[in-house]
Ligand binder design. Structure first.
Ligand code: ZN
Length: 140
């Protein structure tokens, strides 16, 4: 694999991990970071295979994926995010990262797809309601 380092910018290597010298210029650090992230993502998508498959509804066939391990699918999602298909956001309540599907989304999505609201969103809304109730009590 071609590495984007100049001849004077050699990463330190410990086992399989490489650490870039912090004295390197910003563009070299950026190139190293992208190369490292791409290597991690690519290595974990090796078990994926695109397949054209029939749909249960009988409409047009769709493009699907076969995988060796579920982690391959997880990295496919990471790859989509890495190339700009989708956006990552941080939950304002629990600080966890999540794929944002709507620009107004401030909290992580519900774990149960049938739930309309995540626990974080419920917790934040309850806190806002309590604060509003307290303000009303203070004002009388
Ligand atoms: Zn959350």
């Amino acid at each position: 694999m071609q590495r984007p380092f100049g001849h004077n910018l050699v990463p330190m290597t410990v086992g399989d991990l490489s650490f870039f010298p912090t004295s390197a210029d910003a563009e070299s650090r950026r190139a190293w970071l992208i190369d490292t992230v791409a290597s991690l993502i690519n290595a974990n998508m090796v078990g994926l295979q695109p397949v054209v498959e029939d749909t249960p509804s009988g409409r047009r066939p769709r493009l699907g994926w076969r995988f060796v391990a579920l982690v391959n699918v997880a990295y496919l999602h990471v790859a989509h995010l890495a190339v700009g298909h989708g956006e990552l956001a941080r939950c304002e309540e629990c600080r966890a990262w999540f794929p944002r599907t709507d620009a107004r989304q401030r909290y992580c999505p519900p774990g149960n797809r049938k739930a309309l609201e995540s626990r974080c969103s419920q917790r934040a809304r309850a806190r806002r309601l309590r604060a509003t109730a307290r303000q009303r009590e203070v004002r009388g």
